[in-house]
Design a protein around this ligand. Structure first.
Ligand SMILES: Nc1ncnc2c1ncn2[C@@H]1O[C@H](COP(=O)(O)OP(=O)(O)OP(=O)(O)O)[C@@H](O)[C@H]1O
Ligand SMILES: [Mg+2]
Length: 385
């Protein structure tokens, strides 16, 4: 039996190194690539690809998923398909990449003293010993390509230069095409380039849901909290950040002895991942803003990732009564919300019909914010009195 309080049942599945079985919202791209590879390999041809997209847009995951699926099912003539994944981030030279490539075909050379062409010879021997079609994935290839690499040319012309049968996949955040030498460019024509659009909030929510289903105890999360996380990660469309928030919030919930992940834990996780400026920001807010923010944080600390603006206005009116302030017009209330949104302290989602908005706050735990604000407003009143 699962002890109550355990939420992260398979935490390792949230680790960036874990390759999920399904990549929701990237089925179309994967299908397209899979078809292109099958088609080319079926004709006995290699297929080179330049894969780009923003941080956390799923480039590495797609490339590894594609390679794994092709290893399982693809063939080029009689040759089985194998893949070699190399992250070039810290190995941005042809020789260091070559050392990894040698390992992938099970031959090795000591780290020094050999020229690139000697290494290529040994590499070719390795491939000849175990004939295969090798898909070489060069991840984070920016620095390598911008350093006038020869390897890109050699690997994309493997047959002409008698290196064996190789498909080359270059992965980077920015488009590398302009940096390729003219001879390599011809291998990366338009059908050999794929750029991944950033994930939007809905896609991020679905991704979080599919990953939470693997990692967390059923019933320990709901769509509202996943949507809150997606709302925070959406401006950059970064799935990695979204998953980090999910893991952080799940830990916070476990630490608190809760049996599910709630909006307060998400706020706490965000605060610990991104240094929050909110506390010092409070100093510069108007009394109107402080009041609306207090009403919001009091509502949110009870429950919810957001609250309808109508409901917030009612709570706020009651608060003004309590504080002895003058009532606020609908227009002023709305303008104040807009100001808070501009300052990055609240989020406003206008519903499809546009009649009422959902007001959220993700900067810090609402209970903490409420305490800070009560202190500030309390001090303000004391000074006046
Ligand atoms: N469609 C998806 N479904 C499920 N998980 C996803 C999906 N897309 C990305 N992820 C997960 O999000 C995280 C980030 O994705 P990935 O590492 O592929 O991004 P990236 O584009 O390579 O980012 P970077 O430029 O920082 O290397 C990984 O943990 C990955 O498993
Ligand atoms: Mg990556």
């Amino acid at each position: 039996m699962t002890p109550v309080g355990r939420i992260l049942l398979r935490e390792e599945t949230l680790d960036p190194s874990f390759l999920p079985p399904r990549l929701v919202h990237r089925e179309k791209e994967l299908d397209l690539l899979f078809r292109r590879y099958r088609e080319a390999l079926g004709k006995g041809l290699p297929y080179h690809l330049l894969l780009t997209g923003g941080i956390g847009s799923g480039k590495t995951a797609i490339a590894r998923r594609l390679a794994t699926d092709l290893e399982r099912t693809g063939r080029l003539g009689q040759l089985p398909v194998r893949s070699a994944y190399i992250n070039c981030w810290r190995r941005a030279s042809d020789r260091t990449v070559m050392l990894d490539l040698l390992r992938s075909v099970h031959v090795s050379l000591p780290d020094r003293g050999y020229s690139l062409s000697e290494m290529l010879d040994v590499f070719e021997q390795g491939i000849r010993k175990a004939p295969q079609h090798l898909i070489v994935l060069l991840d984070e290839a920016s620095a390598l390509v911008r350093q006038e690499t020869k390897l890109v040319y050699l690997l994309s012309r493997s047959r002409e230069v008698e290196l064996g049968s190789i498909s080359l996949v270059l992965i980077a955040v920015q488009d590398l095409f302009p940096y390729l030498d003219p001879a390599s460019r011809s291998s990366f024509g338009v059908t050999h380039r794929l750029s991944l659009a950033p994930y939007d909030r809905e896609a991020l929510t679905d991704i979080l849901e599919s990953r939470a289903a693997l990692a967390l105890r059923p019933g320990s999360f709901d769509r509202e909290v996943l949507d809150q996380i997606a709302r925070i990660a959406a401006p950059n469309g970064d799935a990695r950040f979204a998953l980090e928030l999910l893991a952080g919030a799940a830990h916070a919930a476990e630490d608190a002895g809760a049996d599910s992940v709630g909006p307060e834990e998400v706020r706490r996780a965000k605060g610990s991942l991104l240094p929050t400026v909110a506390e010092t920001q409070l100093e510069s807010l108007s009394t109107n803003e402080l009041g609306v923010l207090l009403a919001l944080s009091r509502t949110l600390k009870r429950r919810g990732a957001s609250v309808p603006s109508q409901k917030l206005r009612t709570t706020h009116s009651a608060l003004l009564d309590e504080l002895g302030g003058t009532p606020m017009s609908r227009t002023t209330f709305w303008r104040t919300l807009k100001e808070l949104e501009r300052e990055g302290l609240v989020t406003l989602d206008t519903g499809a019909t546009g009649e009422s908005s959902q007001v959220g706050m993700d900067e810090m735990p609402a209970s903490f914010l409420a305490t800070l604000l009560e202190e500030r407003l309390g001090r303000g009143r004391a000074r006046k009195g």
